[in-house]
Design a protein around this ligand. Sequence first.
Ligand code: GDP
Ligand code: IMO
Ligand code: MG
Length: 431
Amino acid sequence: MTNVVVIGSQWGDEGKGKIVDWLSERADVIVRFQGGHNAGHTLVVDGVSYKLALLPSGLVRGKLSVIGNGVVVDPHHFVAEVEKLRAQGVAVTPDVLRIAENAPLILSLHRDLDAMREDAASNSGTKIGTTRRGIGPAYEDKVGRRAIRVIDLAEPETLPAKIDRLLTHHNALRRGMGVNEISFDALHQELSSVAEHILPYIDQVWRLLDEQRKAGARILFEGAQGALLDNDHGTYPFVTSSNTVAGQAAAGSGLGPTALGYVLGITKAYTTRVGEGPFPCELHDEIGQHLSTVGREVGVNTGRPRRCGWFDAVLVRQTVKTSGITGIALTKLDVLDGLDELKICVGYTLDGKEIDYLPASQAAQARVEPIYITLEGWKESTVGARKWADLPAQAIKYVRQVEELIGAPVALLSTSPEREDTILVTDPFEG
Ligand code: GDP
Ligand code: IMO
Ligand code: MG
């Protein structure tokens, strides 16, 4: 028996929410360890859809759910998401939800800055296409040692100095951008108004998780975004502002790396990306449109259409290494039903030379061209398949080809948005 880390192995939206929900039945504690409400995780249970951004997906099953110190917490969004889940009949109380006291807050000034930068960059053609939720500015303040953290809401005596420090930085930026400054009173008022909603949930998460671990609990770490959006290993600067690779599960929750266990890379059977940045296998033709329509590829939070393309084995093979993936959950295989032929990218050409990796340079990432192999498609429907034996021979061939190219086995296979439409090959908790 082991703990399991779930991460996205591409550019996010691989189906992490569905797989975390499915695995939650076997888990005792579910922990978010990075990102914030830029995540959009969809769970479908008996036809009812739950969309989570900040809260761990394990809440829907009533499992102990933890927001780790590596997460940036928008208290306004927190209140709204708790209300939304309660309206769907999910219990959200401090019995089942804990927030790390040392997690940094996302405040309205972070949201402002994210939006102002994106607007300014739109005019010059250099925008990232962020979710505009303040994620980047909040992480900047964290590493800049001027963030206001959850625990600060409980310490009225030290809060004024922290507000001053934060405003010195932000008001200088705001003056430079020609927008109104924020007063001490306004920020103090914002923090006071959220304190009572968030403080009941705070905990020493490092201690809680250590105790759970010693008591034999199974811990499921729920990643957000994907490895190609990782601040170090992704398509920088078109990335998010946290580390999304599996190693972050330790630092972002307060457990050591030996606690992590099985690393499950959630992997879409084709590739999508939201926002700007390089995408070597992107399709601008009717097949790209087909994947978008059949796969319902629209961003959960921002409603933006996701860009679509063939499966890129180069990227996932790299993620297998940067995250130490033990096995993958292959999702949305059903979206490929009915296509005459399928392509898989097995390498790139860069300036006339073949390479087997994603280069680190931004310019080179924009120049690589995919090298494809072509496989025969299948006519049968795989939607809702729950047994390996229900899959057409060509679909099995596709899965085997993916495994071979990325160098990792398929542990789970998903064939619809519904919780139960999942084929178990290897139980990650059994290692
Ligand atoms: P996440 O961010 O990784 O949790 O993924 P999202 O929830 O943003 O996007 C995945 C979308 O695909 C959601 O709408 C899911 O309901 C849906 N989905 C997940 N697995 C499957 C699958 O195997 N087949 C199909 N057709 N849809 C799936
Ligand atoms: P889930 O958890 C897909 C993308 C944004 C943008 C870049 C930076 O649902 O897989 P940010 O707001 O984080 O500063 O934006 O990262 N992005 C995601 N794309 N899925 C996500 O989360 C994402 N979270 C951020 O579109 O390109
Ligand atoms: Mg998503």
